[in-house]
Design a protein around this ligand. Structure first.
Ligand code: MN
Length: 292
């Protein structure tokens, strides 16, 4: 197998706020190298690096907003997020949990710090990843996969090296619990100091990683520090990560969806006409209703 090498390591840019509760560094698609087609099926990655929010009686967050045409995947590392949507669903995403929301034909939802977390304040750290849907599935029925930390299948690395949590896809003989519309591997590598883990994905799959904690070396050559994002070239299959210190690394790899992308704010479709329809449908109230 040929080695998959890093194309670019991206340091976190200036954070911006989504609503008043998510202080995020945007890695996809804002940077020149990281447009939506380059990283398809991953079309957005916002990362709230570890940040201490002071106590607040009024939960911070982002109010009612729509999505259509893709999936939002929220991975909580620190803190708790409460969500509510126009189908009547609600829940709390706790530390280590993942919420995989298929917005598809359209939902309204709101995302806030969970009430007790908000009152106490504390460290908050999370990833929001948008996974595109193929044209044939964009208008399918919305759904949720609420995946708690203990439901995530884990591969134990030898010699107490740590675990690979398989959120979606596979790692060796361990399968992810999340169902996906196109082939996606989403892994949390929790590595103890000096542990090495190897990975292999098809060369055409768009592949990247984000260092959540610690710092790592990739292929024994390139150092990727905490809160940095690395995008791999599409020139090989195999790479390895060694943990310079105890580390958490989010690894993502997906088969490209080679279709046109028409994106505007919370809508990601294939054509401008579909975008215009999405905005019309939203304006006409066809995404349902959700109280502020
Ligand atoms: Mn949202």
């Amino acid at each position: 197998m040929k080695t998959k090498n890093i194309e670019v390591v991206v340091a976190p840019g200036e954070p911006h706020y989504v609503g008043d509760g998510f202080r995020v560094h945007n890695f996809i698609p804002s940077r020149r190298y990281l447009d939506m087609q380059r990283t398809t099926p991953f079309i957005l990655l916002d990362y709230n690096s570890k940040f201490n929010f002071p106590p607040s009686d009024k939960p911070r967050g982002v109010g009612v907003h729509p999505h259509r045409g893709f999936e939002t995947v929220t991975i909580a590392y620190k803190g708790k997020i409460a969500h509510h949507d126009s189908t009547g669903s609600s829940g709390v995403i706790g530390e280590g949990d993942v919420q995989w929301m298929t917005a598809a034909s359209g939902v309204l939802h709101k995302e806030f710090h969970e009430e007790n977390f908000s009152k106490a304040g504390g460290d908050f750290q999370m990833v929001q990843l948008w996974v595109n849907l193929p044209a044939k599935d964009k208008m399918s029925k919305p759904k949720y996969q609420a995946i708690t930390h203990n439901q995530i299948n884990k591969f134990n690395l030898p010699d107490n090296g740590g675990v690979i949590e398989v959120i979606a896809g596979q790692y060796y003989n361990v399968n992810g619990v999340a169902s996906t519309f196109t082939p996606v591997h989403l892994l949390n590598a929790r590595l103890n100091k000096n542990t090495k883990a190897d990975f292999s994905f098809p060369s055409n799959y768009n592949t990247a990683l984000l260092v959540i904690e610690g710092s790592i070396k990739v292929n024994a050559t390139e150092t990727v520090p905490v809160n940095n994002f690395a995008l791999f070239k599409n020139d090989g299959e195999a790479f390895n990560i060694s943990a310079i210190e105890k580390s958490i690394v989010l690894v993502l790899s997906g088969e490209p969806i080679n279709e046109p992308i028409a994106a505007q704010g919370p809508f990601v479709m294939n054509t401008r006409a579909e975008l215009a329809l999405a905005i019309d449908d939203y304006t006409m109230g066809m995404f349902g209703y959700l109280e502020d």
